[in-house]
Design a protein around this ligand. Sequence first.
Ligand SMILES: [Zn+2]
Length: 79
Amino acid sequence: MPRAVGERVSQSGIYKVIHQDHRQPHEATLRKGEVFPACRICRTGVTFEFLRTLAEFQPDHIGYDPDFVDVVVKKTRPA
Ligand SMILES: [Zn+2]
């Protein structure tokens, strides 16, 4: 079941990140308690599907992805 931007991450793991048109789906790590971030290009049009739990090999955290770095860095500051 796809998760939307702004929802709280309920399970740490590797998620499939599905953009609208500008980019192919890719994988990223998100951790429990974080918020699914908006993409800088398709904004809230991006959705996230849980793929698997974290293992030894994992893709970069979504905060390292250039399409999400601004939003993630901004959201991790205290409100
Ligand atoms: Zn996007």
